[in-house]
Design a protein around this ligand. Sequence first.
Ligand code: GDP
Ligand code: MG
Length: 814
Amino acid sequence: MDNQIITKRLSDLRTAERGVITKVYGHGSFRKRIIEMGFVRGKCVTVIKNAPFQDPVEYEIMGYHIALRRSEAQLIEVSVSDAPAAACRMEANRTFEDESANRFLHQAGHVINVALVGNPNSGKTSLFNSASGSRERVGNYGGVTVDAKTATMRRNGYTIHLVDLPGTYSLTEYSPEELYVREHILQKMPDVVINVVDASNLERNLYLTTQLIDMDMKVVIALNMYDELEQADAQFDYPLLGQMIGIPIVPTVAAKEQGIDTLFDTVIDVFEDNEPTVRHIHINYGEDVERSIGLLQDMIWQNSDVVARYSSRYLAIKLLEGDRATVNVSKECKNYFEIEEAARREASRIEKAYGERVETVITDAKYGFIAGALQETYAGDPTLKNQRASRIDRVLTNRWLGIPIFIAILWLMFQTTFTLGGYPMEWIESLFAGLGNVISTAMPDGTLKELIVDGIIGGVGGVIVFLPNILILFLFISFMEDTGYMARAAFIMDRAMHKIGLHGKSFIPLLMGFGCGVPAIMATRTLESRKDRILTMMIVPFMSCSARLPVYTLLIAAFFPTNQGLILLSIYAIGTLIGILSSVVLKNLFFRKEEAPFVMELPPYRWPTVKSVARHTWGKGVQYLKKMGSVILIASVIVWALMTYPKQPEIIPNDPALHASVAQADLPSEEQQAAEQQEQSYIGQLGHLIEPAIRPLGFDWRIGVSLLSGFAAKEIVVSTMAVLTGAGEDEASLTENLQGQTYTSGPKAGEKVFTPLVAYTMMIFILLYFPCAAAIAAIRKEAGWRWALFSVLYTTSLAWILSFLVYQIGSRFV
Ligand code: GDP
Ligand code: MG
């Protein structure tokens, strides 16, 4: 005889009562924690002590005593009957003689509550009928005006309770149906939701899916009306879409009872956490909204019994939208006032930035997500997809026009960056020069003055001059992002970037790398996958940044009288090539595992507000400035100190009498003095120390010192060379000095230090070796110390190897 099974919530059991756990409700992390504590399906739990107002309640499970809060116990479902005693005994004895207990356990643990959710006329009722067949038990829910049918069916040993919910286009609170469906999902917490999607109207139907994704439900999509899709001859890669959104998709033709078996097999697999496609993804609502969501989530997380039942992300999104039902839920939070205040403040911030209601911003992002997902998976009749995509997109992402337009926009961007940026650059340069002069004259001579003028003002000033360029570049990028063009650019480049193991969105950071590595590395944040972020960061340094350009121009001008443009181009080309090869190699080395594909959103085109573009531009600019203020400052001071100490004794005594007695010609010139000082200094000693390592590359210790100084910033390489060759600040004399420089000792004594081959090798080395301190710091911040260190070692060894090859092979021919 079957035992009478009653399911209850664990919190309802009285002291000394026992039951078998049949289900743990609640939200992801709560469930995980509770299951880790031993509240696993099929386990026996006994109430040690449960008085009406006692909280927490004490339980015994698997021989342990555990206290649970009442609110937590409420989310655990248990079955009680005559059998649990037997079942629990059986568990203890590990014997299976008790047939009824065995069956009880099996039955109790294998009940799946399934809700059918979908647009009106998507075929829910047809699906419900063909699934439940004759065993259908139809009834109305009492107390609600809307109609929901339930049925119970058995399948592969599972009991499936199926609920056919009213059809809705959305889960907002505009109609009683919508609210009803939403409350059903949130309060009844079905184990699996079947989202019935009309295949002949994907875009509209998938909107509801995005809301289920926000709610973080276990979902299976029934791709219904699949027959119509096939008739229309549309190509729809639904398995790929399923992987992208982390939801298994099963095609069905409910009216002809096709695909129903597979659908419910999938439901069971999902219920048992046995379906590889399932993955919780986040729909990206854009930088501003995401920041607000994160902020609210942190506050919500302080309320453990709220996050046990709801996805904090979902609550945060709904609070931003000002959703009334969610505001009610949030009243359970102990920091409710703080949350509500923050939600209002953040919402108005978003509304100001976009000039639109938060709900609209979020809805647009959802449609952008769907459009992007379908763009990659759906080909065929656009009316079926119900394409909202505008005529603009047909031009901008056109197969033939897309790339030329993109290149033209990039050209405009870089051209403006450098021409327009040139003016403020000069102002800043003269400002810092003036500042240096003022301090030079105002302060007494001494170490402090040198530190301030040469170390701090010289070092930081040399980098801050790039701020206007960077702001203009950021302005363009923010504008492209905010209008929605950037997402299209990522689409356009995606195919090519995939070939080298990267993602379409990696293209922009790489491009920015030609300007400055620091913002480029910061820009990798827009990439969803860690693999893409890190790979991109690792190859950004090979996109020769503009700070290296002065070194190239100096060396090319000095040693390559002809084909100058071609030589320069070859350097950039080699860098790009090394970047591409590195990406392929590093991907195979570190990121073998194929990652799940993800959706590239296609947000609607939108004319951005001045405010939002300005804020995004400035936000990025501030990050750059912060880096200048800290890392570059410290690095310049260190390099300065290494160059200044230990100090050589003064050669020219201050005594005017003595001064007069020394013949003017015998005095070492100021430049020579500086050069000698450099050689004696720590960095000079370091240069000598590393000389054996760089000799095979044809470099002398001075080149070594210059290269080392590039750690602070690459532009410093030129000024170090100037100091070391005694050229002062004059570029013409620096060129001559480089050309005339000879080895003073050693096997090469008398030979020229620089030949065209050495110059070219040095350019290769500069192109590839370690990034500057600021870039390293940026990598550390985005990816951690290990990757920063790896980047330094990888780039430098590659630089050495390639320079070695160039020099050694070149020496045979030249
Ligand atoms: P509901 O509003 O979601 O419950 O949708 P219904 O189950 O009432 O179905 C709406 C209409 O679509 C009915 O006329 C069904 O016969 C039809 N229908 C349902 N499933 C399919 C299908 O897979 N293919 C086709 N061609 N029609 C279907
Ligand atoms: Mg119906």
